[in-house]
Design a protein around this ligand. Sequence first.
Ligand code: CA
Length: 242
Amino acid sequence: MSKSQKTVVESLKSPANREINILIVEDEHHVAESIARRMEEEGYSVDVANDGEEGYRLASTKKYHLIVLDLLLPRKDGLQVLREIRRAKVQSMVLILTARSTVEERVDGLRLGADDYLTKPFAFAELLARVESLLRRQGVGHGPVLKVADVELDIETRAVRRAMKDIQLTAKEYLLLEFLMRNKNRILTRREIAEQVWGYTFDTGTNVVDVYINYLRKSLDEGFPRRLIHTVRGVGFILKEE
Ligand code: CA
């Protein structure tokens, strides 16, 4: 990986997570604080509530992608918090944390709209893995993200957005865009593109690259004030950052 590519991937990992809000509802302060600290190190934006009332208040007033919810809580039980936030149409994913782990409680929690369960004591890596998996199910969370101008491409989920608008691409269009983004501001010949994206070499006799560049332009550039994909006559194509 070249230095510039490495910088792109590293510098984008944390900002992508920083837009992800997580609420931790846990009355044991040292547990809450250590989860919060570790999640902040991962770049997530974290709030902590130390009782059920506060948890409900935060969950129903601010938008969280994910709520880590303890069950045994003062002032309002975790299952009650879950019941009330679902009644209030809060869509956040909920991961229940509990020292108690009977089958009945799991069933109750899932029936009330929890998305996953973790029994205490747990390893932080396990919690983080569950959190990442839930966030991916929601289409957020970090894979390495490539970014060129206002286009973001998540290598793990293959989600593509331009100016925060979702862009739907076919598998080949996605690969073509990823290759262009990894080589932004560089003129790419048709031959290079064909080799890297289609995996074969050819000289003439097919216009597959041109055809797919046009498909990609329709999805990526149409309707936006600035074009990113440019034709370099007689040579190939370039994705220009500015
Ligand atoms: Ca507790």
